[in-house]
Every structure is written in C-alpha cells, then in structure tokens.
Design a protein around this ligand. Structure first.
Ligand SMILES: NC(=O)c1ccc[n+]([C@@H]2O[C@H](COP(=O)([O-])OP(=O)(O)OC[C@H]3O[C@@H](n4cnc5c(N)ncnc54)[C@H](O)[C@@H]3O)[C@@H](O)[C@H]2O)c1
Length: 375
C-alpha cells in the first residue's frame, strides 16, 4: 500500500461508528493500493466521542465540525448526520477543501441536492454518496448477468429495500420519522438511494413514475412519557417506466419501513424472456438465475466471498453488511486514487441529484394521483 487516505468523521452515531469499524479492519483488503486511517471525529454527544477514544490513530475528538475541517491531517470527510444538516455541513466540507463521502440522501430535498452538486463541481473535490449493497458479491453478479445479454427481451425490474421495526407502534420516534429532520420524502430519503444505485448504473433511468406513498403510524412515543407526531412517509412504492434495450419496461422501486418479516432486506430481480436473475440479502450467499429451453429453471448458485476488491477472507465464507460497507469505502478510496478500473463505483453527485428528481416526482405523483414524467 502506497497512498494514505486520512479520514475525518462528522456524525459518530450508527453510521459513523460503522465507518470506524470499516477502517479498523482495512487490512482485510488484499494488496489494496490505499491505506485508510481514521484521524478525527466530530459529534455533539460526549458519550459517542468517548467511544472513539478506543481507536488508535484518532487524534482529534471535537464537538465542532469546523474544528475538524480546520485540521490539516484530514483528507476526506465522511458526513453521517440527520438530513436537515446535510447541505450546510457538506458545503462546509467543500469550502474547507476536503474530499467528501456524503451519506444519502445527499441533502434533504431536490433543491438542496442541486446546490450541493453545484458546489461539488465548483470545488473540484472528489465527492461521492453512500450506498453499499451493490458491493456485495450477489448484486455484482446481477450486474454481470444483465451485461451478458442473457435476459432476452426485458420484462420487468424490481428493486427493494425493506425494514420491519416500525411495525411496532411502541417504537419511540426519532429524527428519521419527522419531516423537519428527515425531509418530506421520508422513507425514500432513508432507503431510496439503495434501490436506485444499481439500476441507475445500468442506465435504467425512470421516464415516468406513479407513486403510492403510505403513512401508517401517525404518532409514536416521544421517550418522555408523551406522544410525538410521526409525519414522514413510511412506505413508498414507485411504479416507474425505464427504457431497456429500446423497450419501455416497468421497474418497481419499493422502500418500506413496515415490511413484515424484513430486517434491512435489500433485493433485486430482473426478468427477461430468455433469462432472469434474483438476489436478496435475506439469503446472502444465494443467487437465483432463470434459464429456459423446452423446460424452465430457477438455478440456485451458492456464492462465496468474491468481492470486487479481493480480501483475505476465505472464498467459502458468507458476506454481510460490514463487508459491503467496507467494499463501498474501498471503491471510494480506489476511485479517488484513480485505481477503480472497470469496477462498480459509489453513487456520483449526478446520480444523487437524479434520485432526488425521482423522489420529488414521486411526491407530485402521489399528490395528484397521476403518473409524472421525468425529462
Ligand atoms: N448507508 C446506510 O446504510 C445508512 C444507514 C443508516 C443511516 N444512513 C444515513 O446516515 C446518516 C446518519 O444516520 P445515522 O443512522 O448514523 O444517524 P444517528 O442519529 O445514529 O447519528 C447521527 C449523529 O450525528 C450527530 N450530529 C448531529 N448534529 C451534528 C453536528 N452538527 N455535528 C456533528 N455531529 C452531529 C448526532 O449526535 C448523532 O450521533 C443519515 O444521512 C442517514 O440517512 C445510512
């Protein structure tokens, strides 16, 4: 490893600590050209800053993101804060001359995403947005299958990300359940980037959307003995049309907080007249491939640990969330260093803005109960 990427984290909550864990076992990457080092962390909560004290190499723990950004040791900043803070903190990162891995949804709404995109372009910094599931071996095989031309004529695409913990009405409210902090797009802001990353990268950009949005539990315990409004969209089904091989094809994008039985379940299915492919994180080693001659088969392949960036992990083992998150960071570091090659890359600012265009059109579609065209 020759190059070093020194990272600062702003927002040391769920995802900030997940990132720290990825850097902590960076050595799992085999002969990787960049070494990642976590050097600085910013959060408003002292208890979280204390958690980061156990990590060797972290030399700055601060409650001020400006102090972190003033630190000359930081090359790249990972920002994982509530959505209402994305724009101002991302812009501060760019103004400070740092590269950025931005958590999704890349701003609270379309207008914010466009301003961040413009600032990123003007700054010339390397900016990408987070979405890790495509970096699992299964989704990469889905991409290879589609590119192999074995689909025949396209029939339909379904890309989903489902959660279930919100089924429980006694689950306390948090910032992800309120429009002020999560955004009007609600669950689409939380889960939507995950379902569009792979389709967008395959060139499947919706030309039309009809959205069904649901709010299920209108209030939740506020953690202080009372109830608080819970005003974001909980479930969103976006029925879109995309053009695949010159044919208009239905693509359904599902983001759900109330999907019975699903715990962080990401899945994709692509069907054609000659072949099809299906993958779900509910079965992390399993790839289903459809084939037909006189008879028809769904063939089950038991995948191993063939990640895009080779690791020391045995090929027979199965991958999980921390692995794809680490692979996403490897893709970020490799692309930043000009070493991505033909591998799958992180969400670009263009793709992030496009996702917001889709979610804004979905809001309009639901408001007007009609299909909305996307230019
Ligand atoms: N990629 C994924 O799979 C994934 C999963 C969950 C969340 N996310 C995204 O990550 C981001 C954060 O979500 P989370 O689940 O980690 O939330 P979280 O609530 O667990 O953590 C957010 C942290 O930000 C800190 N914070 C708030 N304001 C701050 C400020 N001004 N300066 C510094 N720190 C501040 C909070 O104290 C908190 O610790 C969101 O954009 C969310 O959509 C991504």
């Amino acid at each position: 490893m020759s190059k070093v990427m020194r990272v600062g984290i702003i927002g040391g909550g769920l995802m900030g600590r997940e990132a720290a864990s990825a850097f902590g076992r960076w050595f799992v990457l085999n002969q990787f050209p960049v070494r990642a080092e976590l050097v600085a962390v910013c959060d408003l909560q002292d208890s979280l800053l204390d958690w980061f004290r156990q990590i060797p190499g972290v030399r700055l723990l601060t409650r001020s993101h400006q102090e972190l950004l003033a630190c000359p040791d930081v090359d790249v900043v990972y920002v994982a804060v509530p959505h209402n803070l994305h724009e101002s903190i991302y812009l501060d990162v760019l103004r400070a001359g740092k590269d950025l891995l931005a958590e999704k949804p890349f701003g609270i709404d379309l207008a914010a995403a466009r301003r961040i995109h413009a600032a990123a372009r003007e700054s010339g910094r390397f900016v990408r947005c987070s979405s890790e599931f495509p970096f699992l071996p299964g989704p990469q095989r889905v991409v290879q299958f589609v590119k192999s031309g074995r689909l025949g004529k396209p029939l339909e695409v379904r890309s989903c990300f489902w959660h279930a913990s919100d089924l429980d009405p006694s689950k306390p409210v948090n910032w992800k359940r309120q429009v002020r902090t999560c955004g009007e797009i609600g669950v689409m802001g939380d889960l939507g980037m995950h379902v569009v990353h792979l389709p967008f990268r395959l060139g499947w950009n919706p030309v039309r959307v009809y959205a069904q949005l649901q709010k299920i539990h209108a209030e939740r315990p506020d953690g202080r003995g009372g109830m608080a409004p819970c005003d974001t969209w909980d479930n969103a089904m976006l029925h879109t049309d995309v053009v695949i091989d010159g044919m208009e094809t239905p693509m359904r994008l599902e983001t759900k907080r109330l999907a019975p039985g699903a715990t962080n379940t990401w899945s994709i299915e692509v069907l054609g007249t000659d072949g099809g492919v299906r993958y779900s994180t509910a079965e992390p080693k399993t790839l289903w491939v459809f084939d037909r001659q006189k008879e028809q088969w769904w063939n089950r392949t038991e995948l191993g640990f063939q990640a895009a960036f080779p690791t020391i992990t045995g090929g027979i083992f199965e991958p999980g969330f921390p692995d794809c998150f680490l692979q996403m960071w490897a893709a970020y570091a490799a692309e930043r260093a000009g070493e991505l090659g033909d591998r799958f890359g992180c969400v670009t600012p263009d793709e992030a803005v496009r996702s917001h265009e889709l979610f804004a059109a979905a809001l309009e579609s639901h408001r007007t109960r009609s299909a909305v065209s996307l230019a």
